[in-house]
Design a protein around this ligand. Structure first.
Ligand SMILES: Nc1ncnc2c1ncn2[C@@H]1O[C@H](COP(=O)(O)OP(=O)(O)OP(=O)(O)O)[C@@H](O)[C@H]1O
Length: 637
């Protein structure tokens, strides 16, 4: 039930939402009143503690992943490879292989392709991957019982190749296939109504998001769509999952739960890195930011502020909970789900009345080859947006109407931002992030330096045609947004890392130059003289070029501080410059010797010719007269 694009676009990068910044604001850290009501221990909290333990794994069992063969049965064929899927239709051909899905994921930037770039805003250094587009996938929920009872047909078709066809809007009238009003949209992946929660984990690109979060990138996965389209279902599963003790093997678990399992799996396998996980959970309700881990009886709103240092917005005093084990993360999810604002209206009994942002901060310490400790701060934001709604259809009134207006307003601002960012001409102009709390906190995810996945959720029912069209358009625009994933690093560590790389490069150049000199020395026609010259020059390098470069043991580099490293780089540069000059000089000497040799050869030929002439003019001469003179022989040699 998964459809993908034929030309497989990259998952694009960018921008950790500043929602994350909350976690670094410091002031709001503390013990969250996470109940751990299912017998879990309450997650502990600390202030910074980066150099602590490696997170231990969870005792919860990890659901076995589906075999590729099973996965393939769920994939619809691409165009030209077989049958077309019908709305929510069944099995596809195995020719639409998961191989492509996997290769697509591999194309996403990884630590292997990182480059160090200078940060304009902070002056620190950063690791980045190339600019790329936001990854957009579409999930189509099945028709619900009421829609089936009311005989609502599907307005969507799935021809493969990551395409969705939206039929013409002739709701309530007899269905025609008016070609003019049929619209075709293409996305990275399209999940048909039969797709499972596990399919979303396996094929949406979220695994890559988690991997990049671990590598230190700021990542965001958000669900967008009309009310009742399946956003909360996709991210967390049905609401009754959080009533009573949840069964970890329940197939209805959503993307967040599955991502947590995957995250802990990855962390467990990285014995060489120390990880510390922290989490925060907030909602934006009627334009007020509420801490879902510490809502308080009055649900006092928190302030959203601009951080000059990070160049983004953050939520002041937001609780950040230490999560040593998987259970701690799950407790955060459950607590937040319990505290979030949910209401009911004509289109959804459990409608989210707020936007929620759950952020997992991943702090890591890793010893690099040269022995330097590298600290990174990656994060993953899971954003469940409240659904846009036509208040006439949801029959909202009173409080629900006020909520709907605020939801629609913030989504409209998000729409403006997406629209501007997706237009290359408008992109460099003013983007109205400040017009809503939601866009302030998503600004960096949309246009910054993180990695973003958008899951657009739609209903297939004919009576939702207008909303589905709206969502598909929204998603198409988002697909055009380009972001540039960057790992922001501590400036001191970035400096040490960059100096270490400089030293390594200079050492290599040094070795290379010395080897070149040795080669030259061996190849020189006048070995003895060259030997002396080489020794002389090397003496000059180490004496005349300033202080000699101390022999450096790479393992001991971490013991040196920044200024010592800088001094070392300077010494290497001086020595390398001398070696370069020496090399140039020797090349000049070599050229001169070759030229001299050529002159001698010509002279030799001239003498031989002269000798021949002498012999011709003296034909009766002694045989010995034909012998060239000793002097000539020597020259010829
Ligand atoms: N893919 C799906 N498979 C089965 N049921 C689904 C699916 N998607 C959604 N549903 C069901 O549809 C109903 C509405 O879904 P959900 O609450 O997730 O919508 P939503 O987009 O989050 O709505 P809102 O914006 O109002 O919060 C729920 O009962 C949910 O369990």
């Amino acid at each position: 039930m998964v459809r993908r694009a034929s030309s497989v676009p990259h998952l694009n990068s960018s921008g950790g939402s500043s929602a994350d910044s909350a976690g670094t604001s410091g002031s709001g850290r503390g013990r969250a009143p996470v109940a751990g009501s299912r017998g879990r221990k309450t997650p502990s909290t600390t202030s910074t503690g980066q150099n602590q333990r490696q997170s231990s794994g969870s005792s919860s069992s990890v659901p076995r992943s589906r075999s590729l063969t099973n996965g393939m049965r769920r994939l619809s064929p691409q165009k030209g490879t077989g049958s077309s899927g019908g709305g929510g239709g069944g099995g596809g051909s195995s020719r639409n292989t998961p191989y492509f899905l996997r290769s697509r994921e591999n194309e996403i930037g990884s630590a292997d392709t990182l480059e160090i770039v200078a940060s304009k805003s902070t002056g620190s250094e950063e690791c980045s991957t190339p600019e790329d587009n936001i990854n957009v996938v579409v999930r189509v929920r099945p028709l619900n019982d009421k829609e089936k009872r009311d005989r609502h047909g599907s307005t969507l078709q799935f021809p493969g190749n990551g395409q969705v066809i939206l039929e013409g809007n002739d709701v309530g009238q007899k269905r025609s296939h008016n070609r003019d009003s049929v619209r075709v949209f293409t996305y990275n992946v399209v999940f048909e109504p039969g797709a499972t929660q596990e399919d979303i984990l396996d094929y949406s690109g979220i695994k890559r998001i988690i991997e990049m979060g671990i590598e230190g990138f700021s990542c965001t996965a958000f669900c967008y769509g009309q009310t009742g389209s399946g956003k909360t279902h996709t991210l967390t599963g049905p609401p009754d999952l959080f009533v009573g003790k949840p069964n970890p093997k329940d197939p209805r678990h959503g993307l967040i739960f599955r991502s947590f399992l995957y995250l802990f799996q990855l962390i467990k396998n990285r014995k060489d890195v120390n990880y510390v996980l922290k989490a925060s959970f907030m909602e934006i309700y009627n334009e007020r930011v509420i801490d879902l881990l510490n809502p308080g009886s009055a649900r006092k709103p928190l302030a959203v502020r601009w951080s000059k240092k990070s160049g983004g917005f953050f939520v002041e005093n937001l609780f950040t909970v230490d999560c040593e084990e998987l259970d701690d993360l799950l407790a955060v999810l459950e607590e937040g789900m319990r505290n979030r604002a949910v209401g009911s209206h004509a289109m959804n009994d459990h409608s989210s009345r707020s936007h929620t942002i759950l952020t997992v901060h991943i702090l890591s310490d890793q010893q690099t080859d040269g022995g330097v400790f590298l600290s990174k701060h990656g994060k993953i934001n899971f954003v469940d947006l409240a659904g846009s709604e036509l208040t006439k259809k949801t029959m909202s009134e009173g409080k629900t109407l006020e909520e709907a207006n605020n939801i629609n307003k913030s989504l409209m601002v998000l729409g403006y931002c997406i629209s501007s960012l997706s237009d290359s001409k408008k992109r460099s102009g003013h983007i109205p992030y400040r017009d809503s709390q939601l866009t302030k906190l998503l600004a960096d995810s949309l246009a910054g330096n993180g990695v973003t996945l958008m899951i657009a959720c739609v209903s297939p029912a004919h009576y939702n045609h207008a909303e589905t069209l709206n969502t598909l358009r929204y998603a198409s625009r988002a697909k055009r947004i380009r972001t540039k994933p960057v790992i922001k690093m501590d400036p001191r560590e970035a400096l040490i890392l960059s100096l270490k790389r400089d030293i390594h490069a200079l050492q290599m150049e040094n070795d290379h130059l010395k080897a070149a000199l040795n080669l030259h020395h061996q190849a020189a026609p006048n070995g003895g003289a060259a030997d002396n010259l080489l020794e002389l020059q090397l003496d000059r390098v180490s004496s005349g070029g300033g202080a000699p470069v101390p022999k450096v043991d790479l393992q001991r580099l971490p013991e040196l501080d920044g200024s010592e490293l800088a001094e070392l780089v300077k010494l290497y540069m001086v020595e390398n410059e001398s070696l370069r000059q020496e090399n140039n000089h020797l090349f000049t000497v070599r050229e001169t010797i070759l030229r001299d040799q050529e002159i001698v050869c010509r002279e030799n030929e001239r003498l031989l010719k002269k000798l021949e002439d002498v012999n011709k003019s003296n034909p009766n001469g002694n045989e010995d007269d034909n012998e060239p003179s000793k002097e000539v022989q020597t020259k010829k040699e």
